[in-house]
Design a protein around this ligand. Structure first.
Ligand SMILES: [Fe+2]
Ligand SMILES: [Fe+2]
Length: 319
């Protein structure tokens, strides 16, 4: 009687006992190996945030930033700070929800990295003399949209492929600008970690996307367009601060597209090639970027923006 009761009540278990039953083809098995490797690399390369930040501050004799750069560094990296928290939350959700062992391991390693990224960035901003409060509504929209995504595909595409690659681009540009030496050196540690996180997206998304119905695939496309819309607005809001730091938005966009293009390319390869619609969407987005970012302080009227849009659509895509 008790046995029957226990069996009946265990019908809806939260333990995925079937997780080892999933059939895998050779491609999938290879991708799963890579995901397992992401976890172990995360463990091998884990750095002590407290020690690294203290050491960098000691090496450079404190945080040295020109007064005209301090506000811009603080504002840009407060957006990064809250982005790190969003990445922490999303990777923790993925660690709970992804079924295959290797994908769950990679997401768990990411959550560990993101916790470090969040507290180290907070400590850095405090050492800079800045107290984080709020960010612009556009950047907040980007993070809220990704955090609120109901589908795992949207979460992975939004965080691992889009936001992580945007962060990687900003990190590389700020690191090279050397506006603040402690930050430049600190970002090297962040970049290595974030590159692994992109790997979770490129290696696991094909498994999920192969299972999508055409309707779900269309919803995913729409989700990406919404995210790109708000990400563009967020970049526009950040443009003046980036300009102060010597970073031109068009250059940042081009570099971002190359990094993002490589990540998407790796994913499309697993799915049998890039869909033809992808090129037209990328061309349209290039047109939008050209129209929206003529340069800080450059006045362009509506016909001028339209011309920039058309030229942007026609221009060759970054490879
Ligand atoms: Fe991060
Ligand atoms: Fe990350």
């Amino acid at each position: 009687m008790i046995e029957k009761l226990a069996t009946w009540q265990s019908r809806h278990s939260k333990i995925p006992f079937e997780m080892f039953d999933l059939a895998r083809d050779a491609d999938e098995a290879r991708r799963m190996d890579k995901l397992r490797h992401i976890y172990h690399r995360g463990q091998d390369l884990a750095w002590d945030g407290r020690a690294v930040l203290a050491e960098l501050i000691a090496t450079h004799g404190g945080i040295r930033v020109a007064p005209e750069h301090a506000g811009a560094v603080a504002r840009v990296f407060e957006i990064i700070l809250w982005g790190e928290l969003a990445a922490w939350k999303i990777s923790a959700e993925l660690a709970r929800e992804l079924v295959p062992l290797e994908a769950r391991m990679a997401a768990t390693a990411q959550a560990h990295d993101e916790a470090r990224h969040f507290y180290v960035m907070y400590d850095y901003l405090r050492a800079l003399g800045y107290t984080p409060t709020r960010i612009d509504p556009y950047s907040q929209r980007v993070l809220d949209l990704t955090l609120g995504a109901r589908s795992l595909v949207h979460k992975l595409l939004g965080m691992q492929l889009m936001l992580e690659t945007i962060a990687l681009t900003i990190f590389a540009e700020v690191r090279e600008s050397r506006v603040e030496p402690v930050l430049s050196d600190l970002l090297r540690y962040y970049e290595k970690d974030e590159a692994r996180h992109v790997g979770l997206g490129t290696q696991f998304l094909p498994t999920l996307m192969k299972q999508q119905t055409p309707l779900e695939a269309a919803e995913t496309m729409l989700f990406q367009l919404r995210l790109v819309f708000w990400a563009t607005a967020s970049l526009k809001a950040m443009e003046a601060d980036l300009h102060t730091l010597g970073i031109a938005a068009p250059r940042l966009i081009e570099r971002g597209k190359r990094i993002q293009g490589r990540a998407y390319g790796e994913m499309w390869q697993q799915l049998g090639g890039e869909p033809p619609s992808s090129e037209w969407i990328n061309r349209f987005l290039s047109g939008v970027d050209a129209a929206v970012f003529p340069g800080v302080g450059v006045a362009v009227d509506l016909p001028g923006r339209l011309r920039r849009f058309v030229d942007g659509v026609r221009a060759p895509l970054p490879t």
